[in-house]
Design a protein around this ligand. Sequence first.
Ligand code: AMP
Length: 559
Amino acid sequence: MIGIDLGTTNSLVSVCDENGPRVLANELGEDLTPSVVAVAEDGAVLVGRAAKDRLITNPEAGQAFFKRDMGTTTTYAFGGRRWSPVECSAVVLREMKRIAETHLGREVDSAVITVPAYFHDQQRQATVNAASIAGLRVERLLNEPTAAALAYEFNREDDLNTLLVFDLGGGTFDVTVLECFDGVVEIKASSGDGRLGGEDYTEALIAWMAKELGHAAPKDQQMRWRNVVEHLKRRFTTEETVEVQIGEKKVPISRADFIDATNHITMRLWPAVRRALNDAQLTLKQIDAVLLVGGASRMPAVQDMVRHDLGTEPQRSLDPDRVVALGAAVQQALCVGGSAVRDIVLTDVCPHSLGVEVAKALLPGHSQPGYFDPILDRNTTVPVSRSRNYRTLHPQQEQVILKVFQGESRLTKENHLIGMIRIDGLKSAQDDPQGGMFEVRFTYDMNGILEVEVTISSNGKKLTEVFEQRPGTMTREQIAEALKLLGSLKQHPRESPANRALIERAHRLFTELTGLLRDALTQELDQFEAALESQDPKLISAASESLDAFMKPYFAGDD
Ligand code: AMP
């Protein structure tokens, strides 16, 4: 069993042994594998760095940031067919599984996978489906900030007990308040914004640049602009002013410009912090430490916000890029009863309120549907099971379509519909003027997946989780079909992923060079391809070293 941090921008795979949790590197020696999928010219499915590089030269050949679309019906067209976010995630998960198998030297069939605490039921279900396609059973879906807290608890040397985990990733923002004491990690509350993250800063900087240059990125330059800006954004972590070259033009930009251009995004961070504190019934003063998680939490503007608005110097003992993956490994060890983690106990909460739609009788004989009646309040400790009784509107009424919603609004139309259950045979036996009664029980487990059980009071008949098909989720048959399709796609026809990545990188460099340098690269590349053709490991290794050495100076400092 392994731990996987399936991130918006990067994914990581980890294990935990007697020495504690560690992240496993891919063939390129990197812990972070870009969450990008592409299809190469020969039809091979590329993942990670190779896919990312391919997108720079051929933006239409693949997809990044699909985690943001999990649980929706969005599809992407590339490689001659349509891909769902679930399938793209499956390709990344399969790669994580492969990396782990290479390290461990044996087959891996299950995983602890982290998801943003703010993922709703459909997004969680979509993640489980992606894992099945990748050939992994999900042992546990673990909320990312909870994973961070587990890693923190594992490494803890201080006695700071009340923590706020501030997790700003590529696409999502999660805030979690928790208490750690005597090896117990108790999540108090969790809140966030599912569409706020580092990529919004990138977008804002791209818009700023377009304004400065007087035009938007031409279509074939969009990926390049994004890369330039991504690089720029990272440099602001340590530098005050940087110069950006686009085409012929050099534009100086200062950290202050960057902070100004993105201030409206930083402002959106605060409400989630306030809500998490309110739900945990704590004040800022009671927070002992703020733990920063997610690559985007490295931005000085974000750290300043923590320092000023939260009044705390952020904790930096754990690497924000790796802490979630390390926590996933700790959880994995907890699941199998590993010796390194015997002393840690975890309790979590459900991040959204869950309930059903009801009609309110506002005037006699007149009822108004569309109201949300919560059965589980947000931030209730899980696992939890609670029930409520309901009546039909009329004594003669036979049937109710029970709609299950997730959200915080009083009106269901502003919440998220999870599914519907048709309840028949409700007419009350004695024609009770108050209508037939039934009990609705919600059970929410540690994976954040909801089970609904309905019991009809008059005859004791039970219905369990009979959801109709939901958008973005897949039936067993659909999963089997996707599995077959992915299985039949050639993944790495003759080269290893490392060689593939080298070629994509060389193609990317080719578009950037001119003249003699381009000729020199062509020569290196030809030699490498000839070596691959020969299938002689010695030739391949020599040619790949030479090509790699040639390209290194051009990518120095690249991510
Ligand atoms: P994650 O989803 O946690 O991998 O976070 C990735 C996000 O963090 C992306 O939006 C990156 O652009 C951003 N990021 C990573 N490192 C830095 C950095 N040094 N400065 C600013 N943003 C960063």
